[in-house]
Design a protein around this ligand. Structure first.
Ligand code: ATP
Ligand code: MG
Length: 562
């Protein structure tokens, strides 16, 4: 991968300064720490590109670490999917894949160390009491009555917690810091809680106590020799606790936590909780539904890893809250596909044309360029026959002068083939147009021969030789730019775009597209960019997902709105 072009940002500046000052022994070690409780989304891509990009550029390492301390929400399917997505995005953890659960023994020992230093205690308050005692932002907390338990008693109770003597919620281990701290995170936070009856995807039934994220994360970082622990801004207030933990247990080093602002993207949601809800309630077809902002959904839709990496670079890394327009992501994939996707012809809403002066049964192979601006992409032969399909929209019985396509009695050029003239419009009993009778001019083959001026060029597919296909027109998942901020929390579901998927069956495509490989991408000329879906429709029909339109049609709509 080309790493020379990555733009600088405030985190890279910190790292360069640290390298110059030889902090952390002149090393750079980062990590990407997903919780395996869902699939990765485009927000995670920002974090992956940042962490792995830094490791690549400063000759460091980036670890993939699963933060698996909530076993009831996590599972092995998510672990596998996350690894697949990181790889697909183009990054390599070089065998350094870890689990926070790898450190459960050490985490337990460090907790014992804290107890011995009188920095942690077993607390018998209920969850609700703990909340009450904690106070508020304006009111200091109150010490737990169990705060001054002796070391021996604490050690005994903590061991018995581990040995399964107590029920869920009966006791917790808490840090002993400061109940009056203005930072709520420092008011004797919980370090361990009891969870019976869950089978952890890595450790099975070995443990019935599980360490909290705020305790686990800094220690995992330190045990792995992480130098810069990069996370999103909501952890800023947790940094004093991150540092407190590392200052009070005997870990080999003290990583530096740095926060940046998370990616928010218009017309979608990037919260695993909400994405889980969409999947579980069947609002979408799964984690890899092409409308989902998950990496697996974007991949199935037809996004390339390069376009997503490009997007992550363009949005940059800062500490200010922001929301990125969907058009930015769409432009990244458009630019990539414009340069690389081969051109093909596909008719979404077919209208039949009979070319009366073309012999029936005859087939003429016309030559079509795979990319009009890039001769290196070569050409292909497309069968031209007596009966063809064009888009319904490309014909009007009567049309204003500026209509540049086919009209009754008028001429139009068929892309890469001939000029045709429409003589007759055939209708059914309901008055609907079912067929056009035309003639072609044999002297007009090719792109633009001399002496022939026709206004428009339209695409077409042979009726006898083309293939049938199903085409799915995907659009934005939500019709509101900020579904998670409009009204009540639950309301975002009401903002789902009812037209986010339109399925067109019996579309017609060039013959070669019948055998398109899953994941192959094309520009259907004049229509948009499409990707062959891995799952074919009934009758072994090829299915194409619309990745993105040729132009940003939403920009226009948005401008019209006041
Ligand atoms: P969610 O809110 O979707 O559940 P999370 O932060 O709980 O996200 P994790 O699996 O813990 O999900 O995230 C792994 C890493 O990805 C963390 O370092 C987190 O900060 C980062 N991350 C998650 N969402 C975003 C986002 N929208 N933008 C940038 N980074 C993100
Ligand atoms: Mg998280």
């Amino acid at each position: 991968m080309d790493t020379t072009q990555r733009p600088s940002n405030f985190i890279r500046q910190i790292i360069e300064r640290d390298l110059n000052e030889n902090r952390h022994g002149g090393r750079v070690v980062t990590r990407f720490p997903p919780e395996p409780n869902g699939y990765l989304h485009i927000g995670h891509a920002k974090s992956i590109c940042l962490n792995f990009g830094i490791a690549e550029d400063y000759e460091g390492e980036c670890h993939l670490r699963f933060d698996d301390t909530n076993p009831h929400k996590e599972n092995a399917e998510f672990v596998a999917a996350i690894q697949e997505d990181v790889k697909w995005l183009g990054f390599d953890w070089g065998g350094r894949v870890y689990f926070a659960s790898d450190y459960f023994d050490q985490l337990y020992d460090f907790a014992v160390e804290l107890i011995k230093k009188e920095k942690a205690f077993v607390c018998d308050l209920t969850a609700e009491e703990i909340r009450e005692y904690r106070g508020t932002l304006t009111k200091p907390g109150v010490n737990s009555p169990y705060r001054d338990r002796g070391v021996e008693e604490n050690l005994d109770l903590f061991r018995r917690m581990r040995d399964g003597e107590f029920a869920d919620g009966e006791r917790v281990l808490r840090a002993r810091i400061d109940m009056a701290s203005p930072n709520m995170n420092l008011r004797d936070p919980t370090l361990y809680r009891i969870r019976h009856g869950v089978i952890h995807h890595q450790t099975g039934e070995e443990w019935c106590i599980y360490p909290m994220y705020d305790y686990t994360h800094p220690i995992s970082d330190a045990l792995e020799g992480v130098t810069h622990s990069i996370c999103t801004l909501e952890f800023e207030d947790h940094r004093p606790l991150y540092d407190w933990v590392l200052d009070n247990v005997s870990v080999p080093c003290h990583p530096q936590q740095i926060e940046f602002s998370r990616l928010n993207l218009e017309y979608t949601v990037v919260s695993k909780r909400k994405l889980t809800q969409l999947v579980e309630e069947g609002r979408v077809e799964g984690w890899d539904d092409p409308r989902m902002p998950t990496l697996s959904g974007l991949r199935r839709r037809g996004y390339t890893a390069a376009a997503i990496r490009d997007f992550c670079e363009r949005i940059g890394v800062t500490r200010s809250d922001n929301i990125v327009e969907m058009g930015v992501l769409e432009n990244c994939i458009r630019e990539d596909l414009n340069a690389h996707a081969p051109r093909r012809m596909a008719v979404l809403h077919p209208l039949k044309i009979v070319i009366e002066n073309f012999p029936s049964g005859a087939v003429e192979e016309v030559e079509a360029l795979n990319h009009p601006q890039d001769a290196a992409q070569g050409s292909r032969k497309v069968p031209f026959t007596r009966e063809i399909y064009i888009e319904r929209d490309d014909f009007r019985e009567e049309a204003p002068r500026k209509f540049k396509r086919l009209v009754s009695g008028g001429e139009v050029r068929l892309r890469y083939a001939y000029v045709i003239r429409c003589h007759e419009v055939v209708k059914n009993n309901q008055g609907e147009i079912i067929e056009l009778r035309c003639t072609y001019d044999p002297a007009t083959l090719g792109a633009d021969p001399e002496g022939r001026k026709v206004k428009g060029v339209i695409h077409w597919v042979s009726a006898s030789h083309g293939a049938e296909a199903e085409i799915r027109l995907y659009d934005r998942l939500f019709s509101h730019p900020r579904p998670d901020q409009a009204g009540d929390e639950a309301d975002y579901l009401a903002l789902l775009n009812p037209d986010s998927l339109r399925t067109l069956t019996r579309c017609r495509v060039e013959p070669s597209l019948a055998g398109a490989e899953a994941g192959e991408r094309f520009q259907f000329e004049r229509v948009g960019y499409f990707c062959a879906d891995p799952v074919r429709a009934s009758g072994d029909t090829a299915v194409f997902n619309r990745i993105v339109t040729l132009r940003d049609t939403w920009a226009k709509i948005e401008k019209q709105q006041p």
